[in-house]
Design a protein around this ligand. Structure first.
Ligand code: PMP
Length: 347
């Protein structure tokens, strides 16, 4: 019998409507040059695919450790950071103690908690979309969560929460996960804390820097924490192709990734500025490669009209505090132009 707690889950949804311009999943706009694709073809075609890959992905870990300025002993790799969120929900605290996170946020924190039968403490954000320290501390006192997730910057709101509120929750003895999936666009990090403290881990991912298809997530923690979480990692969770391609890209072609991150940062400012010039549209500040905007019309309608124009964004208007809001990822300049033109026609 499938347990009722699983029946009550709704699977993680992503928008799949095929559109010419896809700005709905916070991916990095990047097209790798032919030379890079040829090199990828070479390394993949020479793999012994009848063999299991290195269960520890040691060579990839070396490269990631160097890029992130940590030791390989501080790392756990996951099949995307999604898998690491699941491991943390299994590993941290008693299963009968709750998991806390602000809402709205990335849905996997809640999905993993429900899947494991853990109670959820969902703390609403203030109207300005930042953490509400008082409500947060009251929730900690009343519900006694053992684990908290903070998306930093937060998906879908795009902002980095106030640091002091996160630290106050942690001070109350709550193991704190700082999910820095969008670190490359914010530059803000709790990495030093994760390396020094037993109650803090940082999550990063290769998904937002151009390699979402490889599914490589990165957990950074003190050696002992990393060692323990590694014990419950499924063997061979990073496939052979992912290990060799990710290593190649981070080692030899990282400059291409960095250039595209810079392009997105420039385009983010331009896109936000130009979108806010459209009458009635409110643009929210962002530390990520996406941002929220509020439309004067029902967001569902605008979303559907944009699809007709060949542009896919994410409808987040059903979430608390986000009435009539849509989330758009920053794309290539020409994609952003198409989105802006479509918005001008739709508004
Ligand atoms: N955390 C946050 C905040 C995200 O927005 C996402 C992706 N949407 C993830 C984690 C999952 O990333 P990955 O592809 O590494 O599983």
């Amino acid at each position: 019998m499938i347990h009722p707690r699983i029946r009550e889950l709704s699977a993680y949804k992503t928008e799949t409507t095929p559109c010419k311009v896809k700005l709905s999943s916070n991916e990095l706009p990047i097209k790798f040059p032919e030379e890079v694709k040829r090199k990828i073809g070479e390394v993949v075609s020479s793999l012994p695919l009848n063999r299991y890959p290195d269960p520890n992905a040691s060579e990839l870990k070396e490269v990631i450790a160097k890029r992130f300025g940590v030791s390989t002993d501080n790392l756990v790799l996951g099949n995307g950071s999604d898998e690491l969120i699941q491991y943390l929900t299994i590993a941290v605290g008693e299963l009968n103690s709750p998991v806390l996170y602000p809402v709205p946020t990335f849905p996997m924190y809640g999905i993993c908690a429900t899947a494991l039968g853990r109670k959820k403490v969902e703390v609403p954000l203030k109207e300005d979309l930042d953490l509400d320290l008082e409500t947060l501390l009251r929730a900690v006192e009343e519900k006694r969560p053992s684990l908290a997730f903070f998306s930093y910057p937060n998906n879908p709101t795009g902002n980095c929460f106030r640091e002091d509120a996160i630290k106050k929750v942690r001070q109350e003895g709550v193991f704190t996960v700082i999910d820095e999936a969008y670190y490359h666009f914010s530059g803000k990090t709790f990495l030093a804390d994760a390396l020094q403290r037993e109650d803090t881990v940082v999550l990063r991912t290769l998904s937002k820097i151009g390699l979402a298809g490889l599914r490589v997530g990165v957990l950074i923690a003190k050696e002992e924490t990393a060692r323990e979480i590694n014990k419950l990692r499924l063997p061979f969770n990073i496939t052979y192709p992912s290990q060799v391609i990710a290593k190649l890209m981070l080692e030899d072609f990282y400059h291409i990734i960095e250039e595209h991150v810079q392009m997105v940062l420039r385009e983010r400012e331009r896109l936000m500025r130009e979108l806010s010039n459209i009458e009635g549209v409110k643009v929210f500040p962002s530390d990520a490669n996406f941002f929220l905007f509020k439309t004067p019309y029902p967001a569902g309608l605008v979303h559907a009209e944009l699809i007709k124009e060949g542009v896919l964004v994410r409808d987040v208007s059903y979430l608390p505090n986000l009435e009539n809001c849509l989330r758009v990822s920053v794309g290539f300049p020409e994609e952003n132009d198409q989105f802006l033109q479509a918005m001008q026609r739709v508004m």
